[in-house]
Design a protein around this ligand. Structure first.
Ligand SMILES: [Zn+2]
Length: 67
């Protein structure tokens, strides 16, 4: 097993893409970003099933949800 000790500051903020699973339907959560009313960019994950077919009512998860 390799260990990567460098910080997780890559060009992609969505470090959990492919790892986060929707607790409601079991689909992958995919990264997305948006701008708040104050102009601050924030990142969140949305259930892929919800995005595609709107057949899931899982709420989007904010990036800082696990920090
Ligand atoms: Zn879902």
């Amino acid at each position: 097993m390799k260990h990567h000790n460098r910080p997780t500051k890559s060009e992609s903020p969505f470090i959990l893409t492919g790892k986060l699973i929707c607790g409601k339907c079991g689909s992958l959560m995919t990264g997305d970003s948006g701008t708040s009313g104050t102009g601050k960019i924030h990142y969140y994950y949305t259930c892929a099933e919800k995005k595609k077919r709107k057949s899931c009512d899982k709420k989007s998860v904010q990036e800082d949800w696990w920090t």
